[in-house]
Structures are given as structure tokens and as C-alpha cells.
Design a protein around this ligand. Structure first.
Ligand SMILES: [Zn+2]
Ligand SMILES: [Zn+2]
Length: 243
């Protein structure tokens, strides 16, 4: 059959008959070009108000207006706010893990969809930004993982929104994995881990720092410190999910 003479949608329909697409989470049959079924998309755990205006930590109970959580009150953040639309729980957490550690590169698409939802957040909408800035990986970690998950997601957002990526940070120190450390240990472990690349100016620029997950905020905070010291006008953080 000469598929090139058929309309594109007919070709896709034919291909999807031969190779039906399946939901990346539950395996249900889905339309070609989709990655998750409607049921799984609905089950992704969203961050609903009320939440901390600075770090997006959700709260129980009815609190009106903007406020900061106890966690933020004790810390000095170098970013203006950290925005996520989803909790790092269940399926969201699993897909991020599969993307990062199990080389399921196609999962960048649903993760970028979730990340892009934060572009509609009032804190991001409040003022324009100049660049997406991905949190860098150390070159040794990059060789091991083959891609920087933050850079891949930032590139997808850039394609959709037309705003450019500024890959301006370098990870100088190879830090051991952070997962077993508490907040103070993480901060100590990350001290001077990042640098600004040579000949890149961020002075007066409004930046959106991009990463996959925000846990304690120590990594993005250390990146923000470097950007702030280099004269960035504002630094807002966007992650796919928040721990
Ligand atoms: Zn599903
Ligand atoms: Zn907070």
C-alpha cells in the first residue's frame, strides 16, 4: 500500500491499528500521539490552594490570601518563588523516576505538559521573563544519564512558548546523591557546587529556573544564589512536581 497518497490522519489511523498506543502508566489503549489515558491524567495529584506563596507547599484547612509556610519562614531563599502544579506522589513521581533513571525518554512529553501548566500560575504570569535556565548536571552525571532532564524539559517549553533557554550554569562539583541527607546536610553538600558559565551575562534579566522536582529546595536555592550574585533581576523556579 502506498501510504504517501493517503491523508496523514488516515496513515496515523492505519499505523495505530497495527501498533496501538498504550498509557505509560496503566497500559490502557489510547490514541496515537498521547502518552497517558484520561483516567491517569485525572489522577495526577495537583497542588490545590491553599499553598505557600513562596514554595508551593500545600496546607490543610482554609487560609485566605498569600502567606508563607513555617519551612520558608526559617530559611533564606534566593529565588522569588518556586512553582509546581503537581505533588511528587504516585504516578507523577513514578514517571519522573522512569524518565530520569530508566531512560524512558518519551516521557519528556507528559512531564513537559505538567511543567507547562505552571506557566499559567499567577506568580509566573505576574511579570514577563527573559529566559528559561535549566539546573545543570555535573558532566560525569550527564555521561552516566545521557541527558540532563532539566535541559530537556526547558527545551520543550522553549519550543512551545517561544521564549529562549539560557544554559548559563555549570555544575562544578560532583556531589554525592542528596536523597539521604537532611536539609542542612544538603545545603552544606551543595555549597559552591554551581558557577556561572564564562562570558554569560544575566544582569538585569528575569529568569525561570527549571528542574524536574523540588524537594527541600536546596538545589534551586544554590543555583539562585549564583544567579542573584551575578545580578539577575528576578529568579522564579518551576518544577514538574513538588515533594
Ligand atoms: Zn492510564
Ligand atoms: Zn513555603
Amino acid at each position: 500500500m502506498r501510504l504517501s497518497f493517503l491523508p496523514r490522519s488516515a496513515v496515523e489511523a492505519f499505523v495505530s491499528l497495527l501498533y496501538p498506543a498504550h498509557c505509560a502508566h496503566c497500559g490502557a489503549q489510547i490514541e496515537a500521539r498521547e502518552f497517558l489515558c484520561g483516567g491517569c491524567l485525572e489522577n495526577a495529584k495537583r497542588i490545590e490552594p491553599p499553598f505557600c506563596d513562596t514554595c508551593s507547599q500545600p496546607f490543610d484547612g482554609a487560609i485566605e490570601g498569600t502567606f508563607s509556610c513555617a519551612n520558608c519562614a526559617q530559611r533564606h531563599f534566593h529565588f522569588d518563588c518556586a512553582v509546581s502544579s503537581f505533588r511528587s506522589r504516585g504516578m507523577v513521581r513514578e514517571l519522573i523516576h522512569r524518565f530520569k533513571y530508566q531512560h524512558e525518554y518519551r516521557l519528556r512529553h507528559p512531564l513537559a505538559d505538567w511543567l507547562a501548566e505552571s506557566l499559567h500560575d499567577a506568580r509566573i504570569q505576574a511579570r514577563p521573563f527573559d529566559f528559561y535556565v535549566p539546573v545543570p548536571l555535573h558532566p560525569a552525571r550527564l555521561r552516566e544519564r545521557e541527558f540532563n532532564q532539566a535541559a530537556v524539559l526547558a527545551d520543550l517549553l522553549a519550543k512551545r512558548s517561544g521564549k529562549p533557554v539560557l544554559d548559563c550554569l555549570r555544575r562544578e562539583r560532583y556531589t554525592t546523591t542528596q536523597t539521604r541527607f537532611d536539609r542542612n546536610e544538603r545545603m552544606e553538600n551543595l555549597r559552591n557546587a554551581f558557577n556561572l558559565r564564562k562570558n554569560i551575562k544575566v544582569q538585569g534579566k528575569h529568569l525561570l529556573l527549571i528542574d524536574d522536582v523540588l524537594t527541600t529546595g536546596s538545589t534551586v536555592n544554590e543555583c539562585s544564589r549564583v544567579l542573584r550574585e551575578a545580578g539577575a533581576a528576578s529568579i522564579r523556579v518551576m518544577t514538574v512536581a513538588r515533594g
